[in-house]
Ligand binder design. Sequence first.
Ligand code: NAD
Length: 497
Amino acid sequence: MNAPTPNLKSHYDKLFIDGAWVTPSAGQEDVLNPATEEAVGSAPVGSPEDTARAIAAARRAFDDGPWREEDRNVRADRMQKLFDLVKARREEAVGLMQLEMGFTRLNCDMQLGLLFGQLERTIEVARKDPLKPLAPMIADRLGGGGRAFGSAVVTRDPVGVVSAITPYNSGFLLGLVKAFPAIAAGNSVVLKPSPFTPLQSMLIAEMMAELDLPPGVFNVVTGGLEVGQMLSADPAIDMVSFTGSDAVGAMVMAQASPTLKKVQLELGGKSPVIIRHDADLELAVAVALFGSMFQAGQGCSLTTRILVDNKIRPAFVEALAGAAGQIKVGDPYDPATFMGPLIREAARTRTEDFCRRALEDGARLVAGGSRTKGLDKGFYFDVTIFDGVSNDSHLGQREVFGPIAAVIGFDTDAEAIKIANASDYGLGGGIISQDKATAFEMALKMRTGQIAINGGTGGFHPDMPFGGYKRSGLGREWGEEGYNEFTEIKAIGFPAG
Ligand code: NAD
């Protein structure tokens, strides 16, 4: 194992609530490195009492109003300062991401690249005047009685108190993707990270503490189920911004429903990439492999269903299996490594179970399928590829969140679209073809939130909204659309007569 970032702070014993570092009432817990299975840090564990305190502080901060009533350019200047701090402390962020998630440097750099583009764009959006005048018009007077002249403006208000609940695979990225625009728009935030990755949120809190925000505008509470339940059910919270699995997303929605609060859900996926007969084979293999094995398969919009035209499928699968054999799995600190570990043993057992069921369902294993040999410590699993997967099988339908790609054959473009859309999810997608016009027409027919033509899984433009159809969620993050999710729309009319 190579060395992690030197002098990295990985022990925290206080939560950040109401503008101060406070001792948690539930004590502390070790933080595990999934690459070594060793305790590499410690973090405070938030309790229901801590959570109640954070919610009350956020409520008071919003209701008292100094932050939401602040000029939007003053708020944007403060967010610029936060962005500068994020850039200045980039190496610490990378260090904690590697420590808690077992990510390679490439994985961390790609997440941070996305993040920086977003923060920059959010500051620009936050400076824009939300006031939009509607064109004056002459309309029929309500209730009859002739015609009247009237006008109106539409503006945006912050939603209020926002709880931000994040998953384990992007604690730093998503903690900021939620808290940054929410605070820029004038809201107060309570952030809860995954219990597997609390340290990245502690780093966010340290940066927020340097901003001199009014107390209570930003708070972090760690913890699991109980804290998450409070953050989605409490009537003092106006909006839950949740990222995680669809199963927990459904619980969050149910927990939030008695109070009818706004719910934003960014959930899982089983995203398809369609490889047409005219695809550049080398590009198709690179996109398929990178798009399914990035972060050891622990990415929400990874294209884990690889739909390939049967005319080129044998050649494609042979090339894909060959390329898979070149991938180095292991120590995430080694620059030659492409794939680090899974987060915990349970994730590895689940991945094994998917392999077993895929074989039972008649799929053909062409690469991997087992734990990585020679690595006794760390939750490693080989790059795994199945060919001849049926789209309606367990592997064709369910999210693995591990390094398994499913190759599914098709004969016509129409059939490819049909298979792509035959999923409970609708998050990402891709098309590989040299015929860009046809690829674009196919993209229009796909029922997913983002689609990349000839590469990647989206996210290359800072104003591309991110989110999914169907069981992949509700609402959008990123860019202007994402910023607007943290606002309420207000219309003020000037009816004449
Ligand atoms: P998870 O659903 O297990 O947990 C997510 C968060 O919810 C954690 O902080 C957890 O403590 C909390 N939680 C658990 N039970 C809760 C409850 N009843 N009420 C409120 N909060 C509760 O997800 P995970 O395993 O940490 O992350 C992986 C999942 O996240 C995958 O499904 C992945 O696709 C998804 N994800 C989606 C996106 C996206 O933007 N769409 C991004 C990253 C990850």
